[in-house]
Every structure is written in C-alpha cells, then in structure tokens.
Design a protein around this ligand. Structure first.
Ligand code: NAD
Ligand code: GLY
Length: 359
C-alpha cells in the first residue's frame, strides 16, 4: 500500500492506494470519529462492495442509502434522499458519511457532508479509475443543475481517501477509458515525464496491468495532491486541473447528463484546447497530433458532437465556473506539460475549434 498526503494544515488527510484495502478494517474505522455512519452508494456498486465495507462497522451504528446510478441523478432531488436518511435516523453532527462509488457518489455525498448540520465527517472510498485519480481527492463536491454541470457545491475535504485498486477489476472498459482521460490530463498540464510514460504504457493500462495502474493512480494523485495543497480553493493554479473541462462540461450539459461520460467529454475538451493552443501559435501541429494519438490510444473521443453548434457551445460555456467578469477563461497549453489560464483568445479561432477544424 502507498500513502500520499494532501497537506492542508489541520485538515490534512491521507490517500491510501493499494490492493485489497476494502478488507482492512483499520483503514476505515480509524477515521470514523463518532459512533454513527451513513454509507452512500448506488445500485451498481452496492452488490459488489457494500458488504465488504459494512462488515467493518460492526460496533458503529450505521445505515445505508442506495441511490440510483448515473450522472443524471447527481441532482438536488437525489441529494435530498441522503438528508432524508440522516434525519430519519437522527444522525447528529458526529456522524460520518462514507461515499462508496465513483465520482457521482463521491460528489453528491461530499456535498451532503458539507451541508448536513453545517458539516459532518466524510470518507471517500472511490471505486472507479476516474474517482481514484481525481474526484475523491481535493474536496470539490457538487450536484448538477439542468443549466450547468456542478453548479451547486462546496469545497469540503474528506478525512481520508481509500482507493482499493481491486475494485477496478469490475469496471467496464468504457469507464476505464473515461478515467484515463483525467490521467492524461496531469501529463498535459504539469508532468511531461508522466506524459511520456503514458505514451509507453497506454496498452498496459487498457489491459489493467496492476503495476501500470498502480503507478498511474499514484502519480495522478501526487500531482493532484500537490496542486490542491498549494491552492485549495482554486484562486490560481488549481484552475489548471480544468484543462478540457470548459468544453467538456458544455458537452455533458448540452448532450444531456450521462450521454457522454465525464472523461469522454474532458478528452474531447482537451483536444479542443490543444487545437486552440495551436491556432494561437503556442504549440505545434505535431504536438496536437501527439495528444490526439494518445487520446485515441486510450479509446477516447476527440471530436466535438455535431449536434452542438458553435453558438450553442458558447452559450453553455458562458455558465462555466471559470467565467470572470462575463468572459470565458480557458486552460490552454504553452507546451505539453505546461498549461496556463487565459481569457485572451480570438473568437473566430474558438469557432473554428468547435467546428472541428484542425490546426
Ligand atoms: P460514475 O460515478 O458515474 O461511475 C461510473 C459508472 O461505474 C457508474 O455506473 C457506477 O455505478 C459504476 N461503477 C462504480 N464503481 C464500479 C466498480 N468498481 N465496478 C463496476 N462498476 C462501477 O462516474 P465517474 O467517472 O466515477 O465520475 C464522474 C463524476 O465525477 C462526474 O459527475 C464528474 O463531474 C465528477 N468529477 C468530480 C471531480 C471533483 O474534483 N470532485 C473531478 C472529476 C470528476
Ligand atoms: N477536477 C478539478 C479539480 O479538482 O480541481
């Protein structure tokens, strides 16, 4: 097992990464402060892993909420089911919420933890690659609004993240690729060495080679932990973690939540950001081709959906959380491994990118 730390003073917490962690009672119970806990999971993950987690809570009063599965259920209505369970069981401020599942469960449970009685303990047990490398770490919690992805949320850090890589064995291939999109993101924004490693090891990742997966998760979490420790509330460099997300969130919202997986939308969004960077003279066409090749190797989409017009895209992107004084801000590339944030772009070039016109 490897342990990384997110350094945030007295709110610092460990990320445990390894095999068979769901069978290690102490990893979980040492982070439960009070004598009650609510496990939040969904109808897909519950039959797979709920019992393994539940068996460790013997002495603790605990309940389970099983939510419907899917991005389209990451909303205020479903969030209410968590509050209902907490109130029905008279769980107090010392209770601990345990998020068992992918990023949807992590985000909605995190927001419930941030808001129930103004904040209760939270433990993240991510079970998808995407949630192990990204969403469970860093404290962003949210639900979607019909008009915009993750528009209602809070920064709220967990007490611990327990990433058992065995859980990835039951993940569908499409979901694995979706997680790889966020892995590729770290290389593109700040870790050239990792980017080069990914070029060599993409096949191993797709074949779920345990050593390759473990390395990719550790390196991704290390990148994320470093960024979050330096800029928890996204006043500066944390925004770089949103490479591809301005385009990607527009795709997710515009196409209907769940049609495109988050990682798929981010992959296409990163491609669009790379093309815009190229059109602005920052990176070469060869670099764009290299990025496209890596995304395609990971079996990720690289073309914006034709159903979304440039006008529609821009309208959706105007609801992005990085919009400042009415201007969309994009994360672009100076080079592979070096991202920056800017609101200085040519609208015509942006339209070209959306229309899939390559550099
Ligand atoms: P997800 O939570 O929908 O999980 C994907 C699918 O895999 C679901 O059907 C789920 O039930 C299933 N699943 C989960 N674990 C499984 C397992 N071990 N075996 C088999 N099936 C399993 O999607 P995701 O990709 O994990 O997360 C995407 C969400 O994360 C989006 O809502 C996105 O906005 C959010 N996100 C948040 C952050 C953040 O910083 N908070 C970062 C990135 C993404
Ligand atoms: N996934 C982007 C962030 O956590 O900041």
């Amino acid at each position: 097992m490897m342990t990384l730390n997110v350094e945030l003073g007295d709110r610092s917490y460990p990320i445990y990464i390894g095999t068979d962690l769901l069978n290690q009672a102490d990893l979980l119970t040492q982070h439960i402060a009070g004598n009650s806990a609510l496990i939040v999971t969904n109808e897909t993950v519950a039959p797979l892993y709920l019992q393994q987690v539940r068996q460790h809570l013997g002495a603790i009063r605990h309940e389970v909420v099983i939510l419907p599965d899917g991005e389209r259920f990451k909303n205020l209505e479903v969030l209410n089911l968590i509050y209902d369970a907490l109130l029905k069981n008279q769980f107090d401020r010392d209770t601990t919420l345990i998020a068992l599942g992918g990023g949807v469960i992590g985000d909605i449970t995190g927001f419930a933890a941030a808001t129930y009685q103004r904040g209760v303990n939270l433990i993240q047990i991510p079970t998808t690659l995407l949630s192990q490398v990204d969403s469970s770490v860093g404290g962003k919690t949210a639900v979607n609004h019909p008009a915009g992805k993750n528009m209602i949320g809070a920064f709220y850090q967990p007490k611990a993240v327990i990433a058992d890589t065995n859980t990835l064995n039951t993940l569908e291939d499409r979901q694995l690729s979706s997680g790889i999109a966020e892995v590729i993101k770290y290389g593109l924004i700040r870790d050239t060495e990792f980017h080069n490693w990914l070029k060599e090891h993409m096949k191993a990742l797709l074949h779920r080679d345990p050593a390759a997966l473990a390395y990719a998760i550790e390196r991704s979490c290390k990148n994320k932990a470093d960024v979050v420790s330096a800029d928890e509330k996204e006043k500066g460099q944390r925004a770089l973690l949103n490479l591809g997300h301005t385009f990607g969130h527009a795709i997710e919202t515009g196409m209907g939540y769940g049609e495109w997986l988050h990682g798929e939308a981010v992959a296409t969004g990163m491609m669009m950001a790379a093309i815009l960077s190229c059109k602005m003279g920052n990176i070469s066409e060869a670099a764009v081709c290299e990025i496209r090749h890596l995304l395609e190797m990971a079996k990720l989409p690289v073309h914006a959906p034709e159903a979304l017009t440039a006008k529609g895209f821009k309208k959706l992107m105007a609801v992005d959380k990085k919009v400042q004084n009415g201007k969309i801000r994009f994360i672009l590339l100076h080079a592979i491994g070096e991202a920056y944030i800017t609101d200085d772009y040519d609208d015509k070039l942006l339209t070209d990118c959306i229309n899939n016109s390559y550099c």
